[in-house]
Design a protein around this ligand. Structure first.
Ligand SMILES: Cc1cc2nc3c(=O)[nH]c(=O)nc-3n(C[C@H](O)[C@H](O)[C@H](O)COP(=O)(O)OP(=O)(O)OC[C@H]3O[C@@H](n4cnc5c(N)ncnc54)[C@H](O)[C@@H]3O)c2cc1C
Length: 455
């Protein structure tokens, strides 16, 4: 029988890999299947959304709010919601400065940040608009910093200023730098708490959530050409199934596999990149007031190791970007033979390694050698020493890579072909800042569904 979520208070504390401090008081409310939701035995839905991370939950919420008559279900493989990328990230509300003007990332981040602040205000979810400095510490970084500033202005980011050394010191008394972008609109929040609030809204509007439901197969039902109302069958690994009319997949680190098993394109493939964080010891947290970021290397989508305050008052340093030998593997030695084989046989990966060999080796070296990371951090805050830091948690990024070995930079949404493919919409690449952008992404997904599925 299909397992129905009974999301009991405190369940998040047991959550797989839930980051410390991620479970606020708002999460302890007992949850059951939403009031208007279908009963436990109901197996047919108008729309099934695969993936209970922030993108899937925001999309489910947006869909049911716009189309209250639809029956919508979220299918999640874990026992709890939002425990992968959504529960393992820096928690930064990005302003939209980094992204190529006119790209989806730029537009959806700027819109999404405003929507997240508004949502948190409405729901009383705690956040801090603590701002961010992007700091040039070497002369050669200054032209790139100025170009980034221009890009931020083009993207319409609020409140940006270029500031000199003395103003850097006023904002961050322990930070050294030649020139910085002051970005007061940046904030921090607990994205898992936001995602669980989306789930609660969705259930209160009548949506259903099935956890412990790992989707293994998506196909047309036998005899579906005879005008069946729910022609798509979704099976899980336990042999249980549901039927639906349309599917949206938001499977994060498994977005390529879900696409492939539904008969759609396996490309772009996902390569998992682990990001390890270090923690500043509590007695040294006074060294950092807001977010401090380096000038990013424009060849990579990662923003570089940064100093990030957390909602619980701790300070995280990171994340780096090293190849993960297991999707959803949060410990350095986590290994999955099938995931590694998948990475190696993907031709795009070998090209990626060839093109970025020295960057990869350097990241691996810094991941193993704390002293090397601290040396980098000292360029910003010279007072920091190895004895001030502890090893912290990690996250794994779902990074899409195309056949040519290029990191896919923008968000990617894709449909399929054929009877089943025409009824499916896949979110193929939703890397950072997809948590910030989640409410804007969800609006776009519902617009796309409306058009594609004629809802
Ligand atoms: C280290 C790190 C730092 C980051 N920092 C930031 C930041 O500061 N700000 C920001 O905006 N973004 C940040 N991001 C990015 C952000 O966290 C992600 O873009 C966002 O969480 C993606 O959400 P998602 O719902 O697509 O994926 P996920 O949260 O990974 O959710 C996907 C869900 O699909 C489920 N699933 C997968 N396969 C199946 C299946 N077969 N059947 C059923 N369910 C399935 C998974 O269990 C999972 O719950 C960061 C990411 C990482 C990893």
């Amino acid at each position: 029988m299909v397992a129905v979520l009974r999301y009991l208070g405190g369940a998040c504390r047991r959550a797989l890999g839930c980051f410390p401090g991620a479970c606020g008081p708002a999460l302890s409310r007992p949850w059951t299947l939403g009031g208007g939701g279908r009963s436990a035995s109901t197996r047919s839905f108008d729309v099934a959304i695969v993936g209970g991370g922030i993108v899937g939950l925001a999309s489910a919420r947006a869909l049911i709010r716009r189309h209250p008559a639809l029956s919508v279900v979220v299918l999640e493989k874990e026992k709890d919601l939002a425990v992968h990328q959504t529960g393992h990230n820096s928690g930064v509300i990005h302003s939209g400065i980094y992204y190529k003007p006119e790209s989806l990332k730029a537009k959806l981040c700027v819109q999404g940040a405003a929507l997240i602040y508004e949502y948190c205000n409405q729901k009383g979810i705690p956040y801090k608009q603590c701002g961010k400095l992007i700091v040039a510490v070497e002369q050669e970084e200054i032209p790139r910093l100025k170009a980034l500033y221009e890009r931020g202005l083009q993207n319409g980011v609020q409140g940006l200023r270029l500031i000199q050394q003395e103003d850097i010191r006023k904002k961050e008394p322990y930070c050294r730098g030649l020139l910085a972008i002051d970005c007061p609109y940046t904030g921090i929040v607990d994205y898992r708490q936001v995602a669980l609030s989306f789930a609660q809204d969705f259930q209160e509007a009548g949506g259903s959530v099935l956890t412990d439901f790992e989707v293994k197969d998506i196909k047309m039902a036998d005899g579906s050409k005879n005008g069946m109302k729910y022609p798509i069958v979704i099976k899980n690994t336990k042999g249980e199934e549901i039927q639906c009319q349309y599917v949206v997949t938001c499977a994060g680190l498994y977005s390529d596999r879900i696409s492939e098993l539904s008969g759609c394109n396996p490309d772009p493939h996902i390569i998992p990149f682990r990001g390890d964080y270090l923690l500043l010891k509590p007695e040294k947290c006074y060294l950092v007031k807001g977010n401090i970021y380096p000038v990013p290397d424009s060849r990579f989508p990662f923003l570089g190791v940064h100093f990030t305050p957390r909602m619980d008052g701790s300070i995280w340093l990171g994340p780096n970007a090293v190849l993960a030998f297991k999707r959803e593997g949060y410990r350095p030695f986590d290994f999955s033979a099938s995931d590694v084989t998948d990475i190696i046989i993907n031709s795009g990966f070998l090209k990626l390694v060839f093109q970025n060999f020295f960057y990869g080796v350097n990241e691996m070296y810094k991941a193993c050698c704390l002293g090397a990371t601290v040396k980098h951090l000292q360029k910003f805050i010279p007072e920091i020493t190895v004895s001030d830091i502890l090893r912290g948690p990690a996250g794994v990024r779902a990074q899409a890579v195309d056949k040519g070995g290029n990191l896919v930079d923008d968000f990617v949404f894709d449909g399929g072909v054929g009877d089943a493919g025409n009824r499916i919409l896949h979110v193929r690449n939703a890397p950072s800042p997809a948590a910030t952008s989640s409410l804007a992404i969800s609006k776009m997904i519902v617009d796309e569904m409306q058009q594609r599925f004629e809802l």
